[in-house]
Design a protein around this ligand. Structure first.
Ligand code: AVI
Length: 335
């Protein structure tokens, strides 16, 4: 253990080099495809994470407020599920931990036997989170793990200490397509035990204008967030993207059920990426697909839980029914 977190995958120079290599390779493959695409997983460098925090504070990005409302008003329902056990409150990708603080405060006040185990691949993010949580909640047993989610969970399970209550908040699952989300949930199921719980956030299908506004905010923060992907390629791979020559475009596709984000080239242009030793040509109005943010029907959630080995224990909605934190139980033993 170093401080309040354990590093499972040592973030040595080799790892950093690997990460840069796979980023370069993904950029090469994505920009060589027709239509061009870049993966949204590369949004989250330091600048991208900072911009996402700002997005979460925007009035148009209703998702955050909905989830705060759900946790603030329904914490007791969640607490009832774990009250009698000692448990690990495991969080996948905690961000700044503001939402989780609602649960932590309640559990501590009720003197529940638990420890808080955030899992995140970024050592920087973990350092800040564990420091903040220890300052805010001096009595909290906080034991972060710096690792890929599933490696962290496997390690935790080997210790065999108590039931797991896993949080996957926000609408993070929504950035996976249907097959990817099934694989993710099934992998998670594999690392958990019968009777463990999972809370996943789902953004529900709703008025199309409301969804469009959430991804096209007036201050232009989402635009900056999207464009930061090109800036990151400039910074890390020595490219010469001119950000003024690309437009942020985000729209709801009724057929896929996702908000889809793009960067659109405003003119004919050529971009050189030094690390790849290659140029990429853009025609006027040619697009790069950058993100899917899937929205769900109730029936999609039921189907997803059933297909991946969970039962739905409770659906926690906000008052406008925009968002649901879905509480699932892991089923491993056939009855
Ligand atoms: C992280 N993820 C759930 C956000 C979303 O809503 O898809 C990322 C985001 N993209 C644009 N705004 C927010």
């Amino acid at each position: 253990m170093s401080g309040n977190y354990k590093i499972l995958s040592p973030s040595d120079l080799e790892d950093v080099a690997d990460e840069k290599r796979s980023f370069a390779l993904d950029v090469l493959v994505g920009l060589s495809e027709i239509p061009k695409r870049l993966s949204s997983r590369y949004f989250y460098d330091d600048r991208g994470s900072e911009l996402f925090q700002k997005i979460m504070d925007l009035p148009e990005y209703y998702l955050t407020n909905c989830e705060f409302e759900i946790l603030n008003t329904q914490v007791e329902i969640i607490a009832d599920l774990v009250r009698t056990h000692s448990f690990n409150l495991v969080e996948l990708g905690a961000g700044d931990g503001r939402k989780t603080s609602i649960l932590l405060e309640y559990f501590l006040q009720k003197k529940y036997k638990f420890r808080y185990v955030p899992i995140d691949i970024s050592e920087g993010a973990m350092k800040i989170l564990t420091r903040n949580m220890n300052e805010k909640f001096p009595g909290l047993k906080c034991e972060g793990i710096v690792a890929e989610y599933f490696n962290g969970l496997k390690w935790l399970n080997k210790l065999g200490e108590g039931r797991n209550f896993v949080l996957f908040l926000g609408s993070n699952l929504g950035n996976f397509n249907k097959p990817q989300s099934r694989v993710f949930l099934r992998n998670l199921w594999n690392t958990l035990n019968d009777g463990d719980y999972l809370i996943t956030g789902f953004d529900l299908k709703k008025d199309i204008d409301l969804m469009r506004q959430a991804y096209n905010d007036k201050k232009g923060i989402t635009r900056a967030f999207n464009l930061n992907l090109l800036q990151r390629i400039n910074r890390e791979l020595g490219a010469n993207f001119d950000l003024d020559k690309f437009q942020h475009y985000s729209n709801y596709d009724v057929f896929t059920g996702a908000m889809e984000s793009y960067l659109v080239s405003l003119e004919k242009q050529t971009v050189f990426i030094r690390e790849l030793g290659q140029t990429f040509n853009f025609e006027p109005w040619e697009s790069i697909h950058t993100e899917y943010s899937y929205k769900y029907l109730e029936s999609d959630i039921v189907e997803l839980a059933e297909a991946t080995g969970y039962s739905i224990v409770q659906q926690l909605y906000d008052s406008r029914h925009y968002f649901v934190d879905s509480v699932w139980r892991v089923h491993k033993i056939e009855t």
